[in-house]
Design a protein around this ligand. Structure first.
Ligand code: ADP
Length: 169
């Protein structure tokens, strides 16, 4: 049974087995959650990401997929990087956003992670409307069979927290 918890705050301050990063496909850094994770986690995470680019993910990590690295100096064992879709009003990319949560949980299960912190993927620079981002996040986690015991959504501001709280009920 997976428990969903909500926290308003900074995902890089969480003590969990795995922290999920809203990465971009280059895996080589960006703003938002990605920038914060690399800043606080130190250079070991970027070194692991570079190794992934030099091997399995020469063209980058495709949207909707997930891959793990060390968590460096973060208070976690792993960072699970996933690439959310950019919001589009013309094109329904909901399946790709759901895939981020499902694939991150699949990687978490492979690692044996029991507590996993997620940001609101795609809801920042990638422009996904928060209410819909929250709905997809919560529905997908509820529908995904996993051995993860706690999924902790870490929401940066009150508006994001409110959107997730309405979904969790
Ligand atoms: P994306 O490119 O997938 O949209 P962002 O990192 O730009 O990813 O934003 C995703 C969400 O994470 C946004 O709601 C943003 O406000 C939030 N966010 C930014 N920094 C942090 C942080 N340090 N901890 C938790 N959430 C964060």
């Amino acid at each position: 049974m997976t428990t969903i918890t909500l926290v308003q705050g900074d995902i890089t301050r969480q003590s969990v087995d795995a922290i999920v990063n809203a990465a971009n496909s280059s895996l080589l850094g960006g703003g938002g959650v990605d920038g914060a994770i690399h800043r606080r986690g130190g250079p070991a995470i970027l070194e692991d990401c570079q190794k992934l680019r030099d091997s399995r993910y020469g063209k980058g990590l495709p949207t909707g997929q997930a891959v793990a690295t060390t968590a460096g100096e973060l208070d976690a064992d792993w960072v699970i990087h996933t690439v959310g879709p950019v919001w589009s009003s013309a094109d329904d990319r909901s399946a790709q956003l759901a895939s981020c949560y499902r694939e991150a949980l699949r990687v978490a299960d492979e690692l044996g992670a029991r507590t996993v912190a997620f940001p609101a993927i795609s809801s920042g620079v990638y422009g996904w409307p928060m209410e819909d981002a929250a709905r997809i996040a919560v529905e997908t986690v509820r529908d995904t069979p996993t051995a993860v015991e706690e999924v902790r959504f870490v929401l940066f501001d009150e508006a994001a927290y409110g959107a997730f709280a309405r979904q969790v009920g």
